[in-house]
Design a protein around this ligand. Structure first.
Ligand code: BGC
Length: 427
């Protein structure tokens, strides 16, 4: 039952600015909330008040032994209008980043995590090629402001999830339902990533800094046909995989823009990531052009299949594509009662440890329960429980488990018996 983590593998935690910071800073999720689009009525201006409670969160992380933290900055906060910079926000983030550094917590900084300032949204956001320069201005400002404190960057989080939810399913702002726009947005985001990759390296070089590492976070699933012998199921699985993740991965990693993406003649072929950044949650079981879940499989509170082997299958596929270290930039589960999360983490970490893959980091999604986009405050993924009324933090059983795994460099028999043994999934 016991296992050791791969030598040198570091366990951390992840978050995203909009999901934790709180405050009204003029972005598209505040607007979406005001338009009544969050079913449980959660207001992202509340979230976990991390913008004021960041020090308390950082102290908690230190107590838990967390040594690396993936966090984001909020574009709308830093650039309240297209032509202005909020220097207080820059100073605020510098203070937080400095504190983390001084307390031995390394930072992986996400520049864009689903949220756009309204001024950018109103001019068409990532649907318009002429707007990409705005994103690159923001990247430049980010590196000039924080480049001395941060050497590792995620340019864009999950372009495929953003494009699909915002432009295909119409669930997220701006609520469009257009395959054409979905493809355009994925293409434009891939171009943005490649240009940002080059820009971040160039700026840090000019600042005399080395060890820069840049990537994008890929939300990757396993797509398996429901019935392996059914050619239609196989075809749909293949098509969904290509549309949702394969094409955009090729574009962002290598500058190769193939169907269904649009060509990007300005982009040269090359290698545009210094590490693989994989966000893994679940598998999709395919019997048509829709999301499906395997019958009889264990599921989390949102109905997502729990499939630990999938994290290894996804990693292997990426490692065959590109030779670089792997960071699991997100992995976690919605378990409101904190009843099976220890087992979930245990099984995913064990699968990774036994795979022999070059995984250097694992960032648990997420540190504190937070604003889970459309599910608002109703879906809890955290190591730490948040009472949203009082903003009181309480380390969950899983948080204690995680701290012990960090300390032990793996799961010992004692840790297994104490936290995992009695936990079962629901089906
Ligand atoms: C996103 C997170 C989100 C998590 C759980 C990922 O796709 O990057 O922002 O909270 O999944 O749904």
């Amino acid at each position: 039952m016991a296992f050791k983590l791969k030598d040198g593998m570091v366990l951390g935690a992840a978050s995203a600015a909009t999901q934790i910071e709180g405050g009204d800073c003029g972005h598209n999720w505040i607007d979406w909330y005001r338009r009544g689009k969050i079913p449980d009525g959660s207001d992202p201006a509340r979230a976990t008040s991390h913008y004021s409670l960041w020090r308390e969160d950082a102290e908690l992380m230190t107590e838990m032994g967390i040594k690396t933290y993936r966090l984001g900055i909020e574009w709308a906060r830093i650039c309240p209008t297209q032509s202005s910079v909020n220097l207080d926000a820059v100073a605020h983030y510098r203070e937080e980043l400095t504190y983390l550094r001084d307390h031995g917590i390394s930072v992986l900084l996400t520049i864009h995590h689903f949220t756009n300032p309204m001024w950018f949204e109103k001019k068409g956001g990532f649907t318009k090629a002429e707007n990409l320069v705005d994103f690159l201005d923001y990247v430049r400002l980010t590196v000039r402001s924080f480049g001395d404190l941060v050497s590792e960057y995620i340019t864009i989080n999950e372009p495929n999830v953003y494009a699909a939810n915002s432009f295909y399913f119409g669930l997220w702002p701006p609520g469009k339902k257009s395959m054409g726009q979905t493809i355009t947005v994925m293409t434009n985001m891939a171009v943005c990533h490649i240009q940002a990759y080059a820009l971040i390296h160039k700026l840090r070089r000019e600042m005399g800094l080395d060890n820069t590492r840049v990537s994008f976070a890929l939300h990757m699933r396993v797509f398996d046909p429901e019935n392996q012998r059914n050619p239609y199921h196989r075809l749909c699985a293949h098509m969904l995989e290509r549309f949702f993740q394969d094409a955009v991965t090729q574009a962002m990693c290598f500058g190769v823009f193939k169907w269904p993406l649009h060509p990007a003649p300005a982009i040269k072929r090359g290698e545009y990531c210094d590490f693989i950044a994989l966000n893994y949650y679940t598998r999709t079981t395919v019997s048509g052009f829709a999301d499906g879940t395997r019958k009889g499989a264990p599921k989390n509170d949102l109905g997502w299949e729990i499939y630990p082997e999938g994290i290894v299958r996804c990693c292997k596929k990426l490692c065959q594509l590109i030779k670089c270290p792997v960071y699991i930039t997100e992995n976690g589960t919605c378990d409101n009662a904190d009843a099976f999360r220890c087992r979930y983490i245990y099984e995913h970490l064990k699968a990774l440890a036994e795979s022999g893959l070059p995984v250097e980091r694992y960032y648990h999604w997420c540190f504190c329960d937070n604003f889970e986009w459309l599910e608002g405050e109703s879906a809890r993924f955290g190591l730490v429980y948040v009472d949203y009324q009082t903003q009181k933090r309480t380390v969950k059983k899983t948080g204690n488990f995680y701290a012990e795994v960090i300390r032990a460099g793996g799961v010992t028999d004692e840790i297994f018996d104490k936290y995992v043994k009695a936990q079962t999934y629901h089906y």
